[in-house]
Design a protein around this ligand. Structure first.
Ligand code: NAD
Ligand code: UDP
Length: 460
């Protein structure tokens, strides 16, 4: 820990605080604890039913770690433990991460899902409100549900066909760049205005010779492909403007989103009526090391974790990655370490974070699930030194994979205006880079154990 005074975004010294972190033993909690122990003077009262993912902090290999005595683990199930209120009273800030949050549970264990995400969070909100404690509550991007755009008919004029020209643009640039006399003089930029994309060529030494070439001038180029695009107003998700659109009650997938939405509304109302100081975080597919489990290794063999761990498990076992309903859904993935930076800014800048709901995601890392599978196959081959899978993917129906009542969010792009304005935060890590470091971790942590599990003869 640095001994120089740490300053907040307004240049004021940050005071050390005690944080009661509920769900500290999970994926996000473990990274947040690591960050707080490694880079801040804050103390953590870590509450969870599991501690494996923070064992390295609780029982460090060396005695002289900078966080000795700053983290304390309390094995508590918040459903039924009276010690919770005492811990909240001891804290300056409460962070609630505890939840059932794997989609495979939403339609198969809807009661547990609703109880965990709504009922079990109620006492936390109540104790914070009654004891005037600030609360950072973890919600989800799933509260947005489906996008408005997903309801537009396929042939709607509001969906536009755009020629995708990136390759031809690069090709043209490369040709021009290598032509005599043009070298170092040509600047070319893709510019999107409304639905229209233009390539702008500019010679810096003679600005008047700027030529604007509509991309439709290059329809003959075989590198062009078609992309369906629509006005971002139909799909970009804004905290203070987008509606929450869920499927019917039989689609029990939405039990999680609905419970999270109701607890958000309750926290918001506690803020409005009882002056609760709160911040709500809506994570957009945070991924990285320690996320979930590998079935049959450090979790149940029949368990279905979130997509990163499902695909990692397939890659470790050298079996095709399963694409649910064709893998057409789109997600934006953010590296856990980028996201944790945003949470630390919220923790240490209460005046800027209180009363806000923040999207935390990386709008630049959008892929379809199919593209994610293909990229993971390529990256895993690179980091493991094994050849990539010859049959990288197979299609499975959602009914077969998740059972009755599954439904999906079609697309999740976070609007970044609010977090940018309040905290000046932006994500940094590209999808390729975050997969490279995450899959290096997965390979190092699990490859040997999976090999041994596969080679064990089946019990008769
Ligand atoms: P996680 O499952 O790894 O962590 C949740 C932790 O809460 C677990 O360690 C679990 O043991 C603990 N917990 C659950 N019920 C508890 C109880 N009754 N008492 C004590 N501890 C309990 O999940 P995560 O990915 O770290 O997610 C943390 C939060 O962020 C959740 O609220 C989740 O809904 C939200 N979230 C995460 C993502 C993401 O991308 N990872 C996306 C959307 C929302
Ligand atoms: N998915 C998939 N194969 C898998 C696991 C998940 O195709 O083995 C899909 C899932 O249907 C969803 C997306 O991947 O469209 C992301 O799933 P995840 O479990 O990470 O949670 P979500 O983003 O839906 O909350």
């Amino acid at each position: 820990m640095a001994s120089v005074a740490r300053l907040d975004l307004d240049g004021k010294p940050i005071k050390g605080m005690t944080i009661c972190m509920i769900g500290a033993g999970g994926f996000i909690g473990s990274h947040l604890c690591e960050k707080l122990m490694g880079e801040t003077p804050h103390k953590v009262l870590a509450v969870d039913v599991y501690s494996d993912k923070i064992k390295h902090l609780l029982e460090p290999a060396e005695a002289s770690v900078p966080w000795a005595d700053r983290i304390q683990f309390h094995r508590i199930n918040i459903k039924n433990d009276s010690r919770l209120e005492g811990l909240i009273k001891m804290a300056d800030l409460v962070i609630n991460l505890a939840a059932i949050c794997t989609p495979a549970d939403y339609n198969t264990r809807p009661l547990d899902t609703i109880y965990s995400n709504f009922i079990d969070a109620l006492p936390v909100v109540k104790y914070c409100s009654e004891n005037n404690k600030r609360l950072i509550h973890f919600s989800t991007c799933e509260v947005y549900g489906k996008t408005i755009g997903s309801f537009l008919p396929k042939d709607s004029p509001l969906r536009q066909v755009r020629l995708h020209f990136r390759l031809s643009f690069l090709l043209l640039t490369a040709i021009c760049y290598h032509s005599k006399g043009w070298s170092n003089k040509l600047i070319s930029l893709p510019v999107t205005v409304g639905f229209h994309t233009f390539t702008v060529f500019s010679l810096p030494q003679s600005r008047t010779s700027m030529a604007v070439t509509a991309v439709s001038f290059f329809p003959y180029c075989s590198f062009l492909s078609k992309t369906i695009v629509m006005d971002p107003a139909y799909f970009v998700l804004k905290e203070d403007a987008s509606p929450c659109i869920f499927g019917s009650i039989e689609k029990q997938r939405w039990s999680y989103a609905c419970a999270k939405q109701l607890i958000e509304r309750l926290i918001y109302a506690e803020g409005a009526e009882n002056d609760l100081e709160f911040t709500i975080v809506r994570p957009f597919n945070w991924i990285g090391p320690r996320m979930d489990f590998i079935p049959g290794i450090d979790g149940p063999s029949e368990g279905v974790p979130r997509v990163l761990a499902c695909f990692s498990n397939n890659l470790l076992r050298r079996e095709p990655l399963k694409l649910v309903d064709g893998g057409e859904s789109q997600r934006t993935f953010i590296y856990i370490k980028d996201a944790i930076e945003a949470v630390l800014l919220m923790i240490e800048n209460p005046a800027r974070a209180n009363g806000h709901i923040f999207n935390v995601g990386n709008p630049n890392n959008e892929v379809t699930v199919r593209q994610l599978a293909e990229m993971m196959n390529e990256v895993y081959s690179k980091v493991s030194g094994e050849p990539s899978l010859e049959v990288p993917t197979i299609d499975v129906s959602s009914k077969e994979f998740y059972g009755e009542g599954y439904d999906d969010s079609d697309k999740r792009i976070p609007d970044m205006t609010i977090i940018n304005r309040q905290l000046g935060w932006n994500p940094k890590t590209s999808l390729w880079d975050l997969l490279e470091s995450t899959l290096t971790y997965q390979h190092r942590t699990y490859a040997e154990a999976v090999k041994q599990a596969i080679s064990k003869p089946l019990a008769s």
